[in-house]
Design a protein around this ligand. Structure first.
Ligand SMILES: Nc1nc2c(c(=O)[nH]1)N[C@H]1C(S)=C(S)[C@@H](COP(=O)(O)O)O[C@H]1N2
Ligand SMILES: [Mo]
Length: 414
């Protein structure tokens, strides 16, 4: 194998780890080939080892008890959220990076707003200009569209591409910043504008055959951009941390995480529809249940529930356990949660600790005294304010987005 080929294979393996398998056109069989080509050393301890990649790419500490490392990404362990309160502490918040966290200087940072949807030319903002605008605080989740993806394989026997998240690619924070609406108005947005496309200052992303996909960017319809979108510079009362977009990120409440572009450097305002890999090949639904060109670009997140318990948690028989968890929906607040401790035969309502909160989650709990030792599957099923309830099975799509089915969480009664 030539050096070039090896570099190419490593890059493609890295893309797979980054969750870009479909963009890179890597199937399962090809992945196995790539793993073999990269060599056992790379797979277990070399430069491609997930921990080494993440250590190089994510700034904050990633203790084993708080995070599972997945390629360039770090998934929050749900068990670590127990007792942490409503908002996810910044140090526990999951990180999803297409490449690596850039170190940007807030003083020299500028936001350029430009494009055919403006009345005049390009307008530039610095951080002081954003801070001078009315500040808005919005409590909202950021959740990856692929959160829960691993359950397509483990529960439904379906092969999908992308980062094999369990349920921890979500966090809820208090975001504070300027309204995108105010910035667009100041920049002279016209009634001809249709799409608004923020772009990140992190490194370019490489797609199939090593071709650049450019910087992370995804068009947002102007109606959403003028509604509740923020240019956030604070997260839970602190300046935005490096991994979450310092100094400024876009925050698009209730929508798939990719919309909330981190490290935003410019925003194109366009009188024509815009396209990027992140609203064409990626972040649409492909598969037998969907049109050949894929679904419309994804917008709102779906309905999910998670227990704040380790996978295979040991629980003592004959002792009362307080089961806790969280449920959330992109369609509105969660108004009811039922829990089954017998694999799905009988369901009991959980106690809710939050009123239904749009763009947020509802914490819940339930007492349970396991009787006989053995393996038990715990299930939690949420209903949101629209009346939607989590189904038993999620509708397949090739990239494993928007998993919404009830997850079967195994515990071991001892
Ligand atoms: N510039 C940039 N913005 C980005 C990304 C990225 O890699 N680069 N990842 C996106 C994805 S896929 C998700 S799910 C969220 C994750 O936000 P977090 O890392 O703050 O949790 O950021 C989005 N914004
Ligand atoms: Mo994501």
């Amino acid at each position: 194998m030539t050096n070039d080929e090896r570099t190419h294979d490593r890059r493609r393996l890295r893309q797979f780890l980054d969750g870009e398998a479909r963009a890179a056109g890597i199937g399962r069989r090809r992945l196995l080939g790539l793993l073999a080509a990269a060599g056992a050393a790379a797979a277990v301890g070399g430069p491609l080892a997930p921990r080494a990649v993440a250590a190089a790419g994510i700034v904050k500490p990633l203790p084993e008890e708080h995070f599972a490392i997945r390629g360039t990404n770090a998934e929050t362990r749900f068990a670590a959220l127990r007792g942490t309160g409503y908002h996810t502490p910044n140090e526990l918040f999951f990180v999803r990076n297409h490449t690596t966290t850039p170190r940007l200087d807030a003083d020299s940072w500028r936001l350029r707003v430009w494009g055919s949807g403006l009345a005049g030319g390009e307008v530039e903002f610095d951080l002081a200009a954003l801070r001078a605008l009315p500040a808005v605080e919005h409590s909202a989740f950021v959740e990856c569209a692929g959160n829960g993806r691993s359950f397509y394989a483990s529960q439904q026997g379906e092969t999908v591409s992308g980062t094999a998240w369990t349920l921890g690619a979500i966090g809820v924070a208090r975001w504070r910043g300027a309204r995108l609406r105010d910035v667009l108005r100041l920049a002279g947005v016209t009634r001809h504008a249709v799409d608004v496309q923020p772009r990140g200052l992190d490194a370019e992303v490489f797609g199939s055959d090593g071709a650049s996909m450019g910087h992370v960017r995804r068009p947002l319809p102007v109606a959403k951009a003028l509604d509740d979108v923020l240019l956030a510079y604070e997260m839970n009362g602190e300046p935005l941390p490096p991994d979450h977009g310092h100094p400024v990120r876009v925050l698009v409440p209730s929508w798939v995480g990719i919309s909330s572009v981190k490290w935003v450097g410019d925003i194109e305002v366009s009188a024509e529809p815009l396209y990027s890999p992140w609203n064409t090949d990626l972040y649409r639904l492909f598969g037998p249940a969907h049109p050949p060109e894929g679904s419309a670009p994804l917008t709102r997140q779906t309905l999910k529930s998670a227990f704040e318990l380790p996978w295979e948690a040991p629980l003592a028989a004959g002792r009362e356990q307080l089961l806790t968890g969280r449920s959330w929906s992109g369609a509105g607040g969660v108004r009811a949660v039922e829990v089954s401790t017998d694999g799905g035969t009988r369901w009991r309502p959980a106690r809710l600790h939050d009123t239904p909160r749009r763009d947020g989650w509802t914490r819940w709990s339930l007492d349970w005294t396991p009787t006989a030792p053995g393996r038990v599957e715990l299930l939690a099923r949420a209903t949101d304010v629209t009346g939607a309830t989590q189904p038993e099975r999620a509708v397949f799509n090739q990239q494993g987005y928007l998993f919404d089915a009830v997850v079967r969480h195994p515990v071991t009664v001892t």
